[in-house]
Design a binder for this molecule. Sequence first.
Ligand code: 6PG
Length: 515
Amino acid sequence: MYREDGKQAESKCDIGFIGLGVMGANLTLNLVDHGYRVACFDLDQAKVDGIIEKDVQERGDQAARVEGCSSYTELLSRLTSPRMIMLSVPAGAPVDHVCSHLIDAGVQADDIVVDTGNSLWTDSVEREERYKSKFIFFSTAVSGGEVGARFGPSLMPSGNPYAWTRIEPVLKAIAAKVDADTGLPIESFVPGKPVLEGEPCATYIGPVGAGHYVKMVHNGIEYADMQLICETYQIMRTALSMSPSEIAQIFRRWNDGKLNSYLIEISAEVLEQMDPQTGAPLVDVILDKAGQKGTGLWTAVSALQVGSPAQTITAAVFARSISSLKEERVAASEVLQGPDVKPLSEEEKRNTINQLEHALYCSKICAYAQGFQLMAVASKEHKWELDFGGIARIWRAGCIIRAVFLQSIAKAYENNEELDNLLLDPFFSQQITEYQSDWRQSLAQATLAGIPCPAMMSALSYYDAYRTAVLPANLLQGQRDYFGAHTYQRVDKPAGKKFHLDWSDPARPQIAVKK
Ligand code: 6PG
């Protein structure tokens, strides 16, 4: 048996794990792969038995390192002190339920309780305060789904810096690894043979709450990324009459280039999948109603609250909402007319596919720009001092939005820590300059064909608004002042000074309009 921190294994367990759903069980097995002995507990005894069996299957009786517990008290008694206990339970009330059971069971003030769920970041802030006399509450957001949890997730830890010094070796061991030079993941999916080299995708994000905020924005970007891929699929499917497998081939080709990412890769796989029951492409059998657990919505709400434009993320959340109105859409499709569409020649189709690759890429840059801009606003507001280069680096592997492209984002922030917006980075601004015509053409074509592209269009509008020196908000301020005396600032006076015009004054100077 080995442990990466070099310590000898003791008779007691190193870590306690509560909540053995898919994520919890896989994180436990990942810890075990790295030499930690883990005491486990779940309200469902079958899950405890299941993980012990799995550990024995993978490692054999002699080397098994998971111990099952039948109560919170037993779990605490099996751990070396000061204890480290990880939780993987649904966000919200279940986290507090577990915390209060741990208090009843005798958790100590220097024990650390690490929440690994998809918690709302403000809940983490409240929990640190609420439990501070009982134990150290720490949070570690986890991305990567079940495979990531098992073989290397991306981790976004935040909270008490002392707790971090104790948790750091554990989290860095189980995290996904990347080749620092290429930014590419170093992967192994063999139980018991974890990746030991490379840069770990786990870095201290900041005070409690910061890690879950960053994970929330990760998910907002994930929503946008997924929706953009889906819109691109829809254009190929509808305007270019391509089959799912033809589109899968295009995605595979794109995956060899600048769009290389986990989400493009799995989209190709989904499109190639046949339905075992009907033999039809599975995508045609899956009902077009998107679910959501709330993290995209939280990102959109936060963006609205702090006033940081994140329209592509918000559009992606609304795209899921409109998808869920299936019955209404079906009825509306019988009533509401779209445009007449002219079929495209083979050459036009080829051009459109090439343009779409660039449209997706430019839109993706904007979605990430919005996510990073939102984190920058939150960082300033909460004094988190987020390291954006570091965040991009830990998203290069393990997480759902992992992509080659994140290496370029990391570089952008390494070159300029004060970068106001990713769009202003010389590499990204040059990329959009080069490809924007294709982006605009793709959207023009989609519009003429009546294909909805809410995320892609919002991305282009974001780009155009961000690069426009004078927006029509001058007229808007005039309207506000007219009906509500809400005042306006002037271009020729110091910022912040407010002006109001008496709109009811018949003598106010007006441009003569010919009637
Ligand atoms: C991740 C995922 C993970 C989960 C999403 C799904 O990073 O591993 O984002 O957190 O899959 O919460 O979210 P929706 O159900 O809202 O799509």
